[in-house]
Structure formats: structure tokens, C-alpha cells
Design a protein around this ligand. Structure first.
Ligand code: URA
Length: 203
């Protein structure tokens, strides 16, 4: 198939799409690193996100923790280890997902303020527009507020799929809550079982 006058095979087209997306995500990561609003009242390294630029599933958290802010990588602390284990147990290849958060730096006051989320959603939406995943998994209330602009109690609405503006969002709780409360752990485990089935349906 010709693109801009050049002929590509099917494999070639897939490779070109992947590379274009990678370049766009890199450009967004650079914008995040230079963004003066993102860094306001925050510490450590920028944590733009990581994973497959053509991912079918994107996991969205809240804000980086200490471990993430030291390395620039999302979800590598305790809650990250739980998230990555659940992804594996759901039979989802970790290499095929993208992981990020609406707030791109560790807030000095730990809990992100509404203005941090309101600003972070600009970069987050830009990343999602590039990746264009089949499912966006919102891990907790901050992710839900960032993406749906609504205060959603994810512990009550977990397991639901919300379809909005061509995107499909799956609601669940944040792994950090699951580390603290048995009930939340049970919710997260049952939601990931559901997610496993949903992923199959979307393929
Ligand atoms: N928790 C989050 O919400 N995001 C991270 O990147 C790490 C921990």
C-alpha cells in the first residue's frame, strides 16, 4: 500500500505506525520534562509513562511515588509491583501495555491537588490520542477524575466500562489502596479477572 508515494507491506505499515507513535510519545515526554506547570510544587524526575506506543490497554494511576521520582519510571514501587503482577496473572503481556499517571511528578504534598490533575490531563489526553488504545484502565479516583472530569468513587463503580468520545474506560481501584485494605485487594483481583475476559472480547 502506498503512503506518501512509498510502497509498504502490511508488516511495514505496522512498523511505520509504531515508529510514528513512538516519536510522538517521545515529543510529549520532552514537553512534560520542560513543562513549568507540571513541575510546580513537585520533586524528583519527570515520570511521563512507559510501554508500547501502540498499546491496546493503557493503565492510568495517580501520581508517581518516591521510587518512581528517583528513576523516572512509572509504577515500579510497591503498588507498581502489584500492578505488574496482576497484569501478568491476567495473561496480558506487559510489553503490550502502556503505563502512566495524570500527574507526571511526585507532589511535594504527596496527594495531588485538583489543579495538578486538571493540568496533567492535558498531557495525558495527548498521550492517549497518540496511542489510541482499545481499553483505558482507570486505577482509582484520581485517574477517573482526570479522564472523565467527574468525581467517581471507584470502590463503588469498579468493574464498569464507561464509553465516552470513542474511548472505552474500565473503572477499578488503585493498587496502593489494595495494599492497605483487604476489601480493595479483593476488588482489584476480581476486576482483573473481569479485565482478562474483556481483553479477549476486544481482540
Ligand atoms: N502510583 C501511581 O499512581 N503512579 C505511579 O507512577 C506510581 C505509583
Amino acid at each position: 500500500m502506498p503512503i506518501n508515494g512509498t510502497k509498504y507491506s502490511k508488516k511495514g505499515i505496522a512498523k511505520k505506525i509504531l515508529m510514528d507513535k513512538q516519536l510522538k510519545l517521545l515529543a510529549i515526554a520532552k514537553q512534560i520534562e520542560k513543562c513549568q506547570l507540571c513541575i510546580k510544587d513537585k520533586i524528583g524526575k519527570a515520570v511521563p509513562g512507559e510501554g508500547n506506543s501502540d498499546a491496546e490497554i493503557v493503565f492510568i494511576g495517580e501520581a508517581p511515588g518516591k521510587t518512581e521520582s528517583l528513576t523516572g519510571r512509572p509504577f515500579i514501587g510497591r503498588s507498581g509491583k502489584l500492578l505488574r503482577k496482576l497484569i501478568e496473572q491476567a495473561g496480558i503481556d506487559e510489553e503490550s501495555v502502556y503505563i502512566t499517571s495524570p500527574v507526571k511528578y511526585l507532589p511535594k504534598y504527596i496527594t495531588p491537588k485538583p489543579q495538578d490533575i486538571a493540568h496533567g490531563r492535558i498531557h495525558l489526553n495527548a498521550q492517549l490520542d497518540v496511542i489510541s488504545p482499545k481499553i483505558i484502565v482507570m486505577l482509582g479516583n484520581v485517574a477517573a477524575f482526570a479522564l472523565l472530569n467527574e468525581k467517581i468513587m471507584t470502590s463503588k463503580r469498579h468493574g464498569e466500562i464507561v464509553k465516552r468520545d470513542e474511548r472505552h474506560y474500565f473503572i477499578t481501584v488503585h493498587p496502593a489502596a489494595a495494599l492497605r485494605f483487604t476489601k480493595m485487594r479483593e476488588i482489584l483481583l476480581s476486576d482483573f479477572k473481569k479485565l482478562k475476559k474483556i481483553v479477549k472480547l476486544y481482540n
